[in-house]
Design a protein around this ligand. Structure first.
Ligand code: SAH
Ligand code: SF4
Ligand code: F3S
Length: 475
């Protein structure tokens, strides 16, 4: 099993070749690392630059502008970007005028330090400054180093229609909020993405409708903590709202309800839920609409209340298990996935046992698992000693991964023998005679192609499985 999939994997942002408005003759190469939010941001960046006349290329050797949208969540995520910059720098040999830019969370974290450390980088831009990119590129082209890392309290890019860069044309990311106010002690995100702000629900609904009309059949609503979504209009901060104004605003349960009504054939997913804020209201809206997928990503991080307290997560083991019980009660059969960190400051063998026993108790379908990586400026870095030795962190990570492998296999097996409604995403990895899609719980299902095509819904009778894939036939 992959321990670090979406979050850390060096997935290449595949920029499609698109005709630009009035071509400016310049080619953009854009590569993305990190979470779904970063991939969604890259679609905003592409949209802004295509509008200015850029075309896109998938070959950085021929690009005039090379951008890497970066992640700072763990040390290894940053190391990967630094390695990649070495490749880009080759381009300067045959095209000295090429502009190399670093965008996203690592740019925000390191700011001008990046320009000093990496001499061949021309441009550094944080996640809230993408509207400024055309100016910054001009500045860089004139030979000056260009930087904008100002974080905003309002920017949501609500009016910018993203240029979809996904591969399948079936599922789209829709960002509903930006930033995070939570200050989990291990986490760099509040520093790289700034204060939490929610996007106007009307612009979210419009983006979902547009996606449906363009052939998309699934939207994933994105935020670092979707449960704290609250749109009040007038740009007022959440903590400044009166009770009356709060009642007049749109919360996540209400937003979810509205998005579900866009079209019954548009599936709705969302990520990430936060255990301290996830309400029964949200679960009830999920239960009410068939097109909201029965799948919740509820990161636990640790099974020990002592560690959770030091992580500043705002809940205990008991609270978390109560939220799991609410999910099981209100949405029977709901898929549940999580994130786990091993080897956080002060974590003992007993704490590790508590994480393992919690995993058993919940029986997760899927998990992203990480060894703790200390991040500069975070609360944990300032307050606690990173005192679990690296080999112990890794040993605990392996235990967690091994247990999750068993749990995932058991969860997959449990789904055999039933009919699943599947949204087709394309060909299966192994053969063009087979199609693949996902069921509501987000499990991958493969089946013979017949006359079906991507974007169709089919009912598949699942008759067998591998460790993580369901296999069956359309009925
Ligand atoms: N907003 C989401 C998660 C964002 S980061 C949430 O609150 O759940 C995604 C995951 O990366 C986190 O859930 C956590 O498991 C992991 N992570 C974050 N900071 C980390 C660090 N310093 N070391 C190791 N893993 C970390
Ligand atoms: Fe980081 Fe916590 Fe915010 Fe998630 S909720 S982004 S882990 S600070
Ligand atoms: Fe990484 Fe930034 Fe996302 S640090 S996980 S790209 S919010």
């Amino acid at each position: 099993m992959e321990t670090e999939k979406i979050i850390d994997e060096s997935v290449q942002g595949e920029a499609l070749l698109m005709p630009s408005k009035i071509p400016n003759g310049k080619k953009l190469f854009l590569e993305s690392y990190g979470c779904q939010m970063n991939f969604s941001d890259s679609e905003i960046v592409a949209s802004i630059l295509i509008d200015k006349g850029f075309t896109t290329t998938q070959n950085f050797e021929e690009a005039d502008v090379i951008f890497v949208n970066t992640c700072a969540i763990r040390d290894n995520a940053e190391n990967r970007v630094r390695q990649r910059l070495q490749d880009y720098k080759r381009v300067k040999r045959h095209n000295p005028d090429a502009v190399i830019g670093v965008l996203g969370c690592m740019a925000e974290r390191l700011k001008s330090q990046f320009l000093e450390e990496e001499k061949l980088v021309d441009l550094v831009v944080g996640p809230d400054a993408y509207r400024d990119l055309p100016n910054l590129i001009e500045q860089a082209e004139s030979g000056q180093k260009a930087i904008n890392v100002i974080l905003s309290k309002e920017e949501t890019y609500a009016d910018i229609a993203p240029l979809r860069l996904d591969k399948n044309g079936v599922s789209a990311f829709v960002s509903i909020m930006r930033g995070c106010d939570n200050m989990c002690s291990f986490c760099v995100v509040p520093f790289t993405r700034g204060r939490e702000r929610s996007r106007d629900p009307e612009s979210i609904l419009k983006e979902c409708r547009d996606a449906f009309e363009a052939g998309y059949r699934e939207v994933t609503l994105l935020g670092q903590n979707v449960d704290s979504y609250l749109y009040s209009g007038g740009g007022l901060k959440k903590e400044k709202l009166t009770e009356e104004q709060k009642l007049a605003s749109v919360n996540f349960a209400q937003l979810l309800d509205k998005v579900a009504l866009v079209n019954p054939d548009l599936r709705v997913r969302f990520s990430t839920s936060h255990p301290k804020d996830m309400t029964d209201d949200v679960l009830e809206v999920m239960a009410k609409h068939e097109n909201i997928c029965n799948n919740i990503h509820l990161p636990v991080q640790s099974g020990s209340s002592k560690v959770l307290e030091m992580m500043n997560r705002g809940y205990t083991r008991e609270w978390y298990l109560d939220r799991i019980a609410a999910i099981r009660h209100i949405i029977p059969g709901c898929g549940i996935s999580t994130d786990i960190i091993t080897g956080f400051c002060g974590e003992t063998d007993e704490d590790q046992q508590l994480t393992l026993s919690l995993m058993q108790e919940v029986g997760y379908d899927f998990a992203f698992m990480f060894a703790y990586s200390e991040r500069p400026k975070t609360l944990a870095e300032r307050k606690y000693k990173d005192d679990v030795p690296e080999p112990v962190k890794m040993k605990r990570l392996q235990e967690v991964v091994a247990l999750q492998r068993q749990l995932s296999e058991a969860a997959t097996k449990k789904q055999v023998g039933y009919v699943h409604k599947v949204l087709i995403e394309g060909f299966s990895k192994k053969s063009e005679d087979m199609l693949m899609g996902r069921n509501s719980q987000n499990s991958v299902v493969v089946f013979p192609k017949l006359h079906y095509k991507k974007g169709d819904y089919v009912n598949v009778m699942v008759s067998s499985c591998t460790s993580s894939t369901l296999i069956g036939e359309v009925v």
